[in-house]
Design a protein around this ligand. Structure first.
Ligand code: PHE
Length: 345
């Protein structure tokens, strides 16, 4: 009997040591200590032993029972053990929905630029890029701004602390995409159908202005180009970008580099031109346009007897607000990296 008990302990111990599986440990417990377990069975038989050996064998059986119990519970508590969930992970349920990784998207201004570019490319415009840090010549002088003319102030320009260029003057941060007009003409390829989309910088920051914003500039130069062509392009763009229902109007205005000059207004999408808080009188101001001034053509090396052209320059932010019928209380939110706002677009 003593030998049988010691064998049981040896078997149980080696089984317990060789497994890391919780379910198997429970099974070992059942096999040895359960109702019909081998140790339970041996203990039952102690009663049939001769009286004098019963206490000693009984004590040994009890010790072995406690040892097996301790070994199992110790093993179950150890960190290496495979418990329920880990065991379940062996079986992969391929029908479970996956864990979606957060996906970003393009900033709404970038989306706007892509859409605008696409619309103009359809009618033969080519997108170009010119320097963000520009010379006064391209930004103002070549665009027919006289030296020290107050019109320069309208652009609230950032000047760069650099030695002025002997011919091109002060270095500035591009205040408007119109600086691309002269650079495009200098290429000497005619006819011109340019779309210049760029970051522009002006010294202003309040609820309706950001110091860095985006403009897109259209420039068409060729033979017999007239206001009719300008109106046709405007009509096509507004219909494509804002929808068939929107109307636009052309108001006389003044720019140094266009003659005649216009301001373009677009009917308000919120009230359909009836007048509301967003637009006040049914129209939203969009930006400038006009027929390229002959002095500008000359500065760009173009024969004004043979060629004429038109140009327009508008804010990407502004047309985007019109499209989305957005009345942002503070335009600066566009560039504040607030995901709660950006995720909506
Ligand atoms: N550059 C002008 C501005 O920033 C807009 C404009 C572009 C006007 C082209 C006429 C022609 O306000």
């Amino acid at each position: 009997m003593e030998e049988e008990l010691i064998n049981l302990q040896t078997n149980a111990s080696s089984l317990i040591i060789s497994t890391d599986d919780a379910e198997e440990l429970e099974k070992i417990r059942e096999d040895f200590l359960g109702k019909d377990g081998s140790l339970t069975d041996a203990i039952k038989r102690i009663g049939k032993l001769p009286q004098e050996s019963r206490p000693e064998i009984g004590k040994l059986a009890n010790e072995i029972k406690n040892t097996i119990e301790d070994l199992i519970s110790h093993k179950l508590k150890s960190k290496k053990i495979n418990t329920g969930p880990a065991k379940r992970s062996k079986k992969i349920d391929v029908t479970m929905p996956g864990q979606a990784l957060p996906l970003g998207h393009l900033h709404l201004i970038t989306q706007g630029i892509e859409e605008i570019t696409n619309i103009f490319e359809h009618i033969g415009f080519t997108r170009v890029r010119y320097p963000e840090v520009e010379w006064d010549w391209y930004a103002f002088t070549a665009l027919n701004f006289p030296e020290n003319h107050p019109a320069r102030d309208d652009w609230e320009t950032f000047f760069v602390k650099e030695e002025p260029h002997p011919k091109n003057g002060q270095m500035v941060l591009t205040p408007h995409t119109s600086s691309g007009q002269i650079r495009e003409m200098e290429k000497g390829e005619l006819p011109i159908k340019m779309l210049n989309v760029a970051k522009c910088y002006r010294r202003q920051s309040d609820v309706s202005h950001v110091p860095m914003f985006h403009q897109f500039e259209g420039l068409v130069v060729g033979e017999n180009i007239s206001i009719t062509h300008l109106k046709g392009v405007l009509d096509y763009f507004f219909k494509s970008y804002l929808g068939e229902k929107r109307k636009f109007r052309i108001r006389p205005y003044h720019f140094q580099f266009t003659e005649p000059s216009f301001e373009i207004d677009v009917s308000c999408g919120v009230c359909n031109g009836r007048g509301c808080k967003l637009c006040k009188a049914g129209w939203l101001e969009l930006g400038g346009a006009g027929m390229v001034h002959p002095n500008v053509l000359k500065n760009g090396g173009i024969d004004t007897k043979k060629y004429t052209g038109f140009a327009f320059g508008w804010g990407v932010e502004r047309v985007l607000m019109m499209k989305e019928d957005l009345a942002l209380e503070d335009l600066r939110i566009l560039y504040s990296n607030d995901l709660r706002f950006l995720e909506q677009f």
